[in-house]
Design a protein around this ligand. Structure first.
Ligand code: UD1
Ligand code: CA
Length: 501
């Protein structure tokens, strides 16, 4: 654990204790949180707004809002760049959040001025950047506690980073009291050596912030109003401003470019994997296992290397997933096995078996004990209990009953070039290998189809559908038409003659 910071003015460090359990009952709330999300995100070099980039199945700003919403009575988001997209997303994930429009991006100080101009709330405001998705509610709660205990009116949350490049640096006096914050671009060589950075998370008394923000100037390398300058302004007015050090620097990493996006995603991956492992899930290779924050997994599930679980995926106890399997919005029942496969928007029944190399597309239901084998593609179909599609088949828009076997390389011909059609296969059917089932068509209970048939008409229960040309053998053909080949020689050695009889 990190040494407590030397912050002699009112110094103390945040505790590392986990607050999550008591948050619901004891959550300290401030009066307002302002989330800054109007920036251009230029360094992302993306047509997508920075705060809309996904990490673990949620956008960056969704993670931030989830962390801060429980700590505040009101939520206000400053939007500007990519405004339409960001606002549309906010309507989905945080409909009650208030929005402030920053038409011209004049810096973080300007964004906060606009947010305050838009409200008459008094009390305490939490300010966070919309690009720090790893921040936790528990850390903010501890920050609020420290801010109150120290009777501060302007507090900045800091962290010591192994590589502080790009962040604002915390300048302290000889006694450790914060003096001001200097941005990387405005820092001299000595200041750049400081490894304590501004996390971009602040608490202010709203009236104090309102007053100080009036005095911000754009006297810096970017010609912008820096919110960071408020700390020095508050100190200059004789009030208490403090810098409080967080002891988990990973929480405060900001995303400015794709490299930092990947870095944050990896930390989030580890967090999510750790929490599943602590809940009794075996993750064989956490480094290559990517699980969205929205996924639910029961105890005694095993996840093999190279797997990715996305969206509303839900996995019941005893299931085995992977290696190299991607599941998106899939419900997996007890004891099912999915190996080296891709499955989306589907349900896999108890003890069912999928893969290797199966592609299961939206709208598929596999009943319990069913089997989908190698090189099989299934779309919008239901496969009954204990039925099997073991090898090399395409099944589309079909309903298959119980205890049925679909022979190798069977194709459900569901598309006539214009419309899709349904195929219904009954219980205990045996579809011969390499059958084409040309939809719409029905195969009755207990029926068979002959291998290689092209079935265009319904096959009644108990019948066998045979739809293929009768075989004829032309004797001696190779000897006459392929003379001089190894085939001819082999045929002669086997006693074949030119005779056509
Ligand atoms: C900012 C801090 C820096 C700190 C870092 C932490 C300032 C001047 N610098 O730098 O000290 O170490 O965050 O991550 O505050 N935004 C607006 N309107 C604007 C400009 C920015 O809403 O006019 C928003 C951005 O969308 C972003 C946040 O404010 O979410 C921070 O802006 P960004 O440009 O990322 O600041 P940094 O350079 O990271
Ligand atoms: Ca940033």
């Amino acid at each position: 654990m990190a040494e407590p910071p030397i912050d002699s003015d009112h110094g103390r460090a945040l505790r590392t204790s986990s607050w999550e359990a008591i948050l619901a009952s004891q959550q300290k709330k401030v009066d307002l949180v302002v989330v800054l999300a109007a920036g251009e995100g230029t360094r992302m070099k993306s047509s997508l707004a920075k705060v809309l980039h996904p990490i673990a199945g949620k956008t960056v700003i969704h993670h931030v809002l989830e962390a801060v919403t429980p700590t505040s009575k009101e939520v206000s988001v400053v939007v500007g760049a990519h405004r339409e997209e960001v606002e549309a997303h906010l309507s989905e994930i945080a409909p009650s959040a208030h929005r402030v429009h920053q038409a011209e991006r004049n810096g973080t100080g300007h964004a906060v001025q606009l947010a305050l101009a838009d409200t008459n709330i008094t009390g305490t405001v939490l300010v966070v950047a919309g690009d720090t998705p790893l921040l936790r509610t528990s850390t903010i709660s501890e920050f609020i506690e420290a801010h109150e205990e120290l009777e501060s009116v302007a507090s900045v949350l800091t962290a010591v980073l192994p590589d502080p490049f790009g962040y604002g640096r915390i300048l302290r006096d000889d006694l450790g009291a914060v003096l001001r914050i200097v941005e990387e671009r405005d820092a001299d060589e000595d200041q750049k050596l400081v490894d304590e950075i501004n996390t971009g998370v602040y608490l202010f008394d709203i009236e104090t912030l309102r007053e100080a923000a009036k005095n911000l100037t754009a006297d810096n390398s970017q010609g912008e109003l820096y919110l960071t300058d408020v700390i020095a302004l508050v100190k200059a007015s004789g009030k208490i401003a403090v810098a409080i050090q967080s002891n988990d620097f990973t929480e405060t990493l900001g995303i400015n470019d794709r490299s930092q996006l990947a870095q944050c995603a990896a930390i989030m991956r580890d967090r999510i994997n750790d929490s599943h492992m602590l809940n009794g899930v075996s993750i064989i290779d956490p480094m290559t296992t990517w699980i969205d924050a929205t996924v639910e997994i029961d105890t005694d599930v095993t996840i093999m290397p190279g797997s990715a679980l996305h969206g509303k995926t839900k996995i019941a106890s005893g299931a085995l997933i992977g290696p190299r399997t991607t599941l998106t919005n899939v419900t997996i029942d007890r004891g099912a096995v999915v190996i080296e496969s891709r499955v989306a928007d589907s349900q896999i029944g108890a003890e069912a078996s999928v893969g290797p190399f199966s592609f299961i597309r939206p709208g598929t239901q596999l009943a319990s004990n069913s089997k989908v084998g190698a090189y099989v593609e299934i779309k919008n179909s239901s496969i009954g209990e204990s039925s099997k599609v073991p090898h090399l088949s395409y099944v589309g828009d079909a309903t298959i009953g119980e205890g049925t076997n679909i022979g190798a390389a069977t194709i459900f011909v569901n598309y006539d070039g214009v419309e899709k059609h349904q195929t219904v296969v009954g219980d205990h059917v045996r579809v011969g290998s390499d059958t084409m089932l040309v939809a719409p068509v029905r195969i009755g209970d207990g029926a068979y189809t002959a291998a290689g048939s092209i079935i265009t008409e319904d096959v009644p229960a108990g019948a066998i559908g045979v739809a293929r040309a009768k075989q004829r053998n032309v004797l001696g053909w190779v000897l006459r038409r392929r003379s001089g080949t190894k085939s001819e020689q082999a045929a002669r050695d086997a006693g074949a003659t030119e005779s056509t009889l």
